[in-house]
Structure formats: structure tokens, C-alpha cells
Design a protein around this ligand. Structure first.
Ligand code: PLP
Length: 457
């Protein structure tokens, strides 16, 4: 018989507070700036876009924030998620490392995204909001928010990038099944969408256009607000339940990780698994924390730390973050959720403070890792998650070379059952790597030259 393969927590053991790393940062977060004045924005500046209870969370420096009972009740539908030991992967690699993962693929939408979708739907409902608007690329976030809204009886409108809407019908159908109104973007439903379509009726859409449409629709009604699935402080906060559960589960085994690994798009699932451990690191504990991104969109490994807009249409405040410039268009890699020009200000500041080690992998290497994982552990992971798995495999092989029984923890942020076209391309030998030429980076970040600069210590 093997040792324990899965560690479960009872419903009563679910964490009852989120962890806010803003209370422990060695260098505090620098404020978002108003693009017109260059001055820090205040809560009121955001009040047409987000409800005030979430804005308060966004700026809070309280270390622990209570999870409302109503949110816990919904999270308990699938949480606590199991912590699993990847015995078959360890055996395949012949590594002395012990590999553990949090299985966030078990949420109803198939990823970590519902952890914040449920919380955001609750806070909007509590604030008297009737409808949430958002954008989605391949549909992970749109489907998660549709689920959250259906749980709290809110209307949900999702602007889905046209090319994905046409090519990936299944997440769109999940959204409709949960009662959301999902439309292809650009659409005829907003001034901005009509303008884009008038110029190019065949426009395939982009996240930037979809964000602009979602914000326009949200601010056009007093009862509606906009919702974002990553990047912002409150979104990262809601995801910390992942790492807090993992902490309890590893303790039950008498384990503490040597390495914590997550993939990074906007930064939310990575923050979720790692922030409780970064708190320990700030307080002197030795733990390596690795953030993994694609070489095709190397924001934290090669971008500058700068003030930039969060969206392509330049409608948000200026945020201090690693960025490739807000009009940078990443190549069409299959990990759609990692194709974002920036990364969360909280993650960025912690990289600057050298508490996080950024790493980039190319597409082929990540699919190779995904295939190894599927053929050992049986789980077909999301293309985004495969970036984390590539790093896990590298660390496990290093442990083998060094003859060290290291403990590796990673976040399995989602399954890839609705993303099989990427696997198909890989298996048929059609997948290609994209490494970004230095020239392209220089060109893309030129736009940042005249913006205010954050302090880089
Ligand atoms: C499965 C999965 N993992 C990771 C990500 C990256 O997002 P984030 O960095 O906010 O966790 C996404 C985004 O859509 C996703 O769907």
C-alpha cells in the first residue's frame, strides 16, 4: 500500500478568513494613479465601475478578512479541494522529490476562477447591484462569473472575444446554461462595439475591445457594475483560500514545501497558492516561490516594472506593474489565460522585493509537461496550468540530480477538457514556439516612456 494520496479537509475546516498580504509587504504597494492628473486615485474614482464594499477590500491593509457566511456556503459546494500527491509522476521522473498539488479543476466551472466569482457576486448583490458585466477570452472567467451570478440571482452579461465565441462553443454554452447573456465582441450593443464593427465588420475581437464594451455597458446603468477575474488586489485576496487550505493539508502530513509553483496570467491563482507561504518567507522562513509565464508573453521575466493601463483601451487607472505595454498583442498561444500584457501589482511588487522567482517556458515544453501529467496522473490539465507543471518537472529533475528529497507544491489551476485543440495541435506535431524578439519588446514598451515611474526598490 502507498502512503496517503489525497488529503481532504472536512467542511468545518474550510478557512474562514482570506489572507491579505498587504499587511506584511516589506515594501508597500504603490498607489494606482489617475491618468489625467498623475495623482493617486481615491475610492470614489472607482465607484461607477466597482461596488464600494469591494473597493474597500481593494485598499484594505487588514491582515485577515472574514469570508462572509453566504460566500462560505457557496464555496462549500466544491471546497475544500483535495491536496493530492502525484506519486505516478514522481515514479515516472524517478525523482526523490515529493510532489503535491491543489486540485482547483474540481470547481463546477473547472478552474480556480469561481473562488473570486462567487465572492464578487455576493458583494455586488449585498451592495444592491442587479447585474454584472465582464469580458472573457477563451471563456474560463466568463463561465466562472456566470456560475457566481446564478448562485446569487444576479444578471450576468459576458462579452466574449469573437474568435473564441466562434471557435470554442462549449464554454459559451456553459455560460448560457447558468443563465448568462454571452455575446460575441465586438457587438452591436455598445457604442464602442458599433464603432469597431463599422470600421471592420469582420473584426475577430480582442480582450481590450471586450473590456471596453463590458465597462461601457456596466457604467451605463446605476444597477450594474463591472467585474474582473484577475490582477486586482481583492481578486488575489479571494484566491488565498487555496494556499490557506494547502497549508493545513500539508501540516496534516508534517510537510512544508521547499518550492511553491504557480502559472501567471494576471496573477490570481499564483497569488492564491503562494501568498500564505510568501508571508512565511517575509518572516524568515526558507521557501522558494516560482511564478511561471509563457516565453510568448514574458511580462515578469522581460518586461519593465512601470506604470501602465490595465486594459488595451486605456480606460483604467495607471497601475504599477510589470508590463509589456497595454497595446502589446501577444502571439496566439493556446494558453489564452496567460496572454495578458501586465501582471497584478501585488505580484509585481513582490517580484521587485525578490520574494518571487519569475520563469518563462515555451509552448512546446508546456504541452510536453501536460502530456506527461495526463499519462501519469490521468488529469488533462489546462494549457495555462501546463506552465506550472513544466516548472514542477524541472524542479523534480533537479532534485534527482542533487539527490535531494525536496517537497514541491503547485496549483493545478484548471482542467483542459474544453481546450483540447491545443493538445491536438501538439500531438499532430503542428504546435510552434514563440519567443519574443528583443526588438518587439522595445517597440511595445515605448508607449510607457512618458508615464509616471514607480519606485523600483
Ligand atoms: C486554468 C487557468 N489557469 C490560469 C489562468 C491565469 O489567470 P491568473 O493568473 O489570474 O490565475 C487562467 C486564466 O484564464 C486559467 O483559466
Amino acid at each position: 500500500m502507498m502512503d496517503t494520496t489525497k488529503i481532504f479537509l472536512a467542511d468545518t475546516e474550510i478557512p474562514r478568513q482570506w489572507y491579505n498580504i498587504q499587511a506584511d509587504m516589506p515594501v508597500p504597494l504603490q498607489p494606482p494613479l489617475h491618468p489625467a492628473t498623475g495623482k493617486p486615485i481615491g475610492p470614489e474614482d472607482l465607484s461607477r465601475v466597482f461596488p464600494m464594499n469591494l473597493i474597500e477590500q481593494e485598499v484594505s491593509t487588514e491582515r485577515w478578512i472574514d469570508i462572509p457566511e453566504e460566500v462560505l456556503e457557496k464555496l462549500l459546494t466544491w471546497r475544500p479541494t483535495p491536496l493530492q500527491r502525484a506519486y505516478a509522476l514522481e515514479k515516472y521522473l524517478g525523482t526523490p522529490a515529493r510532489i503535491y498539488f491543489k486540485n482547483e479543476a474540481l470547481s463546477p466551472a473547472g478552474s480556480h476562477k469561481p473562488n473570486t466569482a462567487v465572492a464578487q457576486a455576493y458583494y455586488n448583490k449585498a451592495f444592491g447591484i442587479k447585474k454584472l458585466c465582464t469580458e472573457t477570452g477563451a471563456g474560463q472567467w466568463g463561465s466562472a462569473l456566470s456560475l457566481g451570478c446564478s448562485m446569487f440571482g444576479l444578471e450576468c452579461k459576458v462579452f466574449m472575444v469573437r474568435v473564441s465565441y466562434d471557435q470554442k462553443p462549449y464554454r459559451r454554452l456553459m455560460m448560457k446554461t447558468w443563465g448568462a447573456n454571452c455575446v460575441p465582441s465586438p457587438s452591436q450593443e455598445t457604442t464602442f462595439g458599433r464603432k469597431v464593427l463599422a470600421e471592420d465588420p469582420e473584426c475577430p475581437g480582442s480582450l481590450g475591445i471586450a473590456i471596453s464594451e463590458a465597462i461601457e455597458e456596466a457604467v451605463s446603468s446605476d444597477n450594474a457594475r463591472y467585474s474582473l477575474g484577475s490582477v486586482l488586489n481583492h481578486v488575489l485576496l479571494h484566491q488565498t483560500i487555496i494556499g490557506l487550505e494547502a497549508e493545513k493539508q500539508l501540516k496534516m502530513l508534517g510537510e512544508y514545501p521547499d518550492v511553491v509553483i504557480g502559472c501567471v496570467g494576471g496573477g490570481s491563482n499564483f497569488a492564491g497558492i503562494s501568498f500564505p507561504y510568501i508571508r512565511d518567507k517575509i518572516h524568515g522562513k526558507e521557501v522558494q516561490v516560482v511564478a511561471v509565464e509563457p516565453t510568448a508573453c514574458p511580462t515578469i521575466t522581460r518586461g519593465p516594472f512601470a506604470y501602465d493601463f490595465g486594459d488595451t483601451a486605456a480606460t483604467t487607472p495607471l497601475l504599477p506593474m510589470f508590463t509589456l505595454g497595454h497595446d502589446f498583442l501577444p502571439r496566439p498561444i493556446h494558453a489564452g489565460g496567460l496572454r495578458y500584457h501586465g501582471v497584478a501589482p501585488l505580484v509585481s511588487q513582490l517580484v521587485v522585493s525578490k520574494l518571487i522567482e519569475p520563469r518563462a517556458y515555451n509552448q512546446l515544453q508546456t504541452y510536453e509537461a501536460g502530456i506527461i501529467f495526463a499519462r501519469t496522473e490521468g488529469i488533462i490539465s489546462a494549457p495555462e496550468t501546463n506552465h506550472a507543471i513544466a516548472a514542477v518537472i524541472e524542479e523534480a529533475r533537479k532534485a534527482k540530480e542533487d539527490g535531494e528529497p525536496r517537497t514541491i507544491l503547485f496549483n493545478l489551476s484548471g482542467h483542459g477538457l474544453l481546450d483540447l485543440t491545443g493538445y491536438e495541435s501538439y500531438l499532430e506535431g503542428q504546435l510552434i514556439d514563440y519567443a519574443l524578439p528583443e526588438e518587439d519588446i522595445k517597440k511595445a514598451v515605448k508607449i510607457l516612456e512618458d508615464y509616471p515611474k514607480p519606485v523600483t526598490t
